[in-house]
Design a binder for this molecule. Structure first.
Ligand SMILES: O=C(CO)[C@@H](O)[C@H](O)[C@H](O)[C@H](O)COP(=O)(O)O
Ligand SMILES: [Zn+2]
Length: 199
């Protein structure tokens, strides 16, 4: 088969895979996304903070959502307090160098998180040690923890209050669904706290 034809087949396969995963989400995840939106809204209304974390592409997802909260999603409104604990290279390298990478999020959680805060953890495998350590500390501190994982949920599913398990085992498809759900959450949170405006 010629390269161009192989590319076409691959593109079609991947787009179809994406559609199939989103369709599965639609039939299984509406309630849990509503419940997560509800606890986040309540936390923000109670002046609590949101903290977000992830590795690699999931670090980008954490930062993306923090940006929507502090900046804006679709409305000009007051900023909502959200911090991605993936961004301070001095903090990250100091912890990684002195204590080990597995503690790079948990130590920040220990320093920052208060009871009632929301902690969002993005991990496609559900098994990244630095995330598992951080979520355990967050729960000890009585934060509300939400995991975004892949199909099986990994070890994280047993450590969080809510686990959004995307029904796929393919990392990029899982990540794409995480950001889709993240955007849906942004939209629900903004509408609930600041009122409905026309799209
Ligand atoms: O974006 C991608 C793959 O699409 C990668 O950067 C990926 O995020 C990294 O390999 C992460 O270290 C994977 O960690 P996790 O999702 O299993 O927690
Ligand atoms: Zn990626």
């Amino acid at each position: 088969m010629k390269t161009q034809e192989l590319f076409m087949n691959d593109i079609e396969y991947q787009l179809q895979e994406s559609i199939d995963t989103i369709k599965k989400l639609l039939s299984t995840h509406v309630e849990i996304v509503r419940d997560v939106a509800d606890v986040i809204v309540r936390a923000f209304k109670n002046n609590n903070f949101m903290y977000l974390m992830g590795n690699g592409g999931s670090a980008a997802d954490a930062q993306h959502i923090a940006g929507e909260m502090i900046g804006r999603f679709k409305m000009n409104r007051r900023p909502l307090p959200a911090i991605a604990i993936t961004t301070d290279s001095s903090v990250m390298t100091a912890i990684a160098n002195d204590f080990g990478y597995d503690l790079c999020f948990s130590r920040q959680v220990e320093a920052l998180v208060k009871a009632g805060d929301i902690v969002l953890a993005f991990t496609t495998s559900g098994n990244s040690k630095n995330i598992l350590n951080a979520v355990k500390i967050a729960r000890d501190l009585k934060a509300i923890t939400v995991g975004f994982t892949g199909m099986g949920g990994g070890l994280l599913k047993n450590e969080v209050d809510f686990c959004i398990k995307v029904p796929s085992s393919n990392t990029p498809r899982i990540q794409e669904c995480h950001i889709t759900i993240g955007h849906i959450l942004c939209s629900l949170i903004e509408k609930d706290i600041f009122g409905h405006v026309p799209e």
